[in-house]
Design a protein around this ligand. Structure first.
Ligand SMILES: C[S@@+](CC[C@H](N)C(=O)[O-])C[C@H]1O[C@@H](n2cnc3c(N)ncnc32)[C@H](O)[C@@H]1O
Length: 417
């Protein structure tokens, strides 16, 4: 479009063209058009990803251009939104609404012990965010968003976000001022908000909050691009042949299950802490995979005792500052034979303005959460390179696989001794 065209006109034209193309694609494939109707379940074919990205960014830019500066700040600073999401989740409002049906403010109020006008005030706030709907005065119905919130993992995440992440996040600046540049897990915003307790302390001593934390982390699987089922597609696992893989920090074997299910030549040793192993690990492993997945208690920072051609780390480094991440890498060295591979599946943080802005906003807010919880961080590619080099020059980064539409890249590192 001509250089003098006002930005809002340019954006509107772009939106108009892209929406028409998107709708054409959806209609051609018999897919529903986006809607807040509770029956809408978003499914977008891969060939519309770019259209959606450009529409999301253009419509957000248009929206933010048209707001006054104070309202733009208000949009991003709006803490009450999270309080309302917390309320809807904590009182489990979505579970009270029959699918396809409705329930009155009054009845919800009776269930939760609040007067009608009090619950109405809260829920109309939720309605202003498209969470819930008032199809007729006084009645509450689902939208596609409240329906999604009824999923226990998502409900658990919302509660965790409101009760644990948010209070800690309000202390980010205080923590940075108190402990500038700290990489320590006990010098964080979380610690300031929790009477000196770190995340690990809270998990060890407060079972209810530990459960909320686990639920919060469980919701990661629902973030587009993070789902464990994508694991087989992000790397050429078949090229490893008959390989034994040590999955360091492999939790309850979720990744091991996905890998062995899809690649019959692979066997996996899952290593994690005693707490995570619980009754020895393996509770999730289906019978037919049990002979190819074994579990081992192993502390992340302890010297590696298992020699294997491949070591796999999934989301193992981002929760930690560099000095700790470096220690994990160094701890592998005693077991490494020349040519051993380290496959690191983690975020490779995009530079500013490289990926669609709506994705960048999400990634940057997750990055802040990592800082809050333990002074962890997402790393840019040059930071990954620096981390590997600082651990040992013999860690050679061979390749970075960042599959399209997947937020998690795989860094392929060879031990060149
Ligand atoms: C962010 S989770 C990633 C889990 C899994 N790899 C995945 O992709 O879902 C980090 C894992 O590292 C483990 N971990 C953290 N600190 C540890 C330690 N000191 N020793 C052993 N495992 C540890 C945790 O128990 C957890 O399973």
């Amino acid at each position: 479009m001509a250089g003098n065209t006002p930005r809002i006109v340019e954006l509107a034209a772009q939106i108009s063209t892209s929406v028409a193309q998107l709708q054409e694609q959806l209609s051609a494939q018999g897919l529903p058009s986006p809607s807040f109707d509770e029956s809408f379940n978003a499914t977008y074919p891969p060939n519309v990803t770019q259209l959606r990205d450009s529409l999301l960014d253009a419509s957000a830019e248009l929206h933010e251009l048209l707001l006054d500066p104070l309202m733009v700040l208000f949009k991003f600073a709006s803490i009450s939104n999270l309080a309302i999401i917390d309320l809807v989740a904590r009182y489990k409002i979505p579970e009270m609404i029959p699918p396809g049906g409705r329930i009155s403010f009054e009845e919800i109020g009776q269930k939760v012990g609040l007067e009608t006008n009090v619950i109405r005030r809260f829920l109309r706030n939720a309605m202003a965010m498209h969470i819930l709907e008032e199809p007729e005065p006084g009645m509450v119905a689902h939208t596609s968003i409240s329906k999604f919130l009824a999923n226990p993992a998502i409900n658990g995440w919302a509660e965790f976000e409101g009760r644990d992440t948010w209070p800690a996040s309000t202390r980010i600046v205080d923590a940075v001022q108190k402990w500038p540049n700290s990489q320590l897990p006990n010098e964080t915003a979380w610690v300031l908000a929790n009477n000196g307790k770190s995340v690990q302390d809270v998990i060890a001593t407060e079972p209810e909050r530990a459960m909320r934390f686990a639920n919060g982390m469980g919701a990661i699987d629902y973030v587009p691009g993070y789902n464990m089922s994508l694991l087989p597609t992000v790397y050429d696992w078949a090229s490893l042949g008959n390989a034994k893989i040590v999955n360091v920090g492999g939790a309850m074997g979720q990744a091991a299950i996905e890998l062995t299910k899809n690649f019959p030549n692979l066997t996996v040793i899952v290593q994690d802490s005693a707490a995570m192993m619980g009754g020895g690990g393996g509770q999730l492993v289906p019978a037919e995979l049990k002979d190819r997945i074994t579990f081992q208690e192993h502390e992340l920072f302890a010297p590696q005792n298992e020699t294997a051609p491949v070591y796999f780390f999934r989301l193992a480094f981002r929760g930690l500052g560099d000095q700790f991440a470096e220690r994990i890498l160094k701890a592998q060295i005693p077991a490494l034979e020349p040519g051993a591979k380290l496959l690191i599946q983690d975020v490779v943080m995009p530079e500013h303005d490289v990926v669609p802005l709506w994705k960048e906003r999400t990634q940057r807010s997750v990055d802040m959460a990592l800082q809050v919880f333990g002074n962890g961080r997402e790393r840019y590619l040059d930071e990954w390179k620096a981390l590997l080099a600082a651990a040992d020059k013999r860690f050679v980064l061979e390749k970075v696989h960042v599959p399209k539409d997947n937020l998690l890249g795989v860094l392929e590192v060879t031990w060149k001794a």
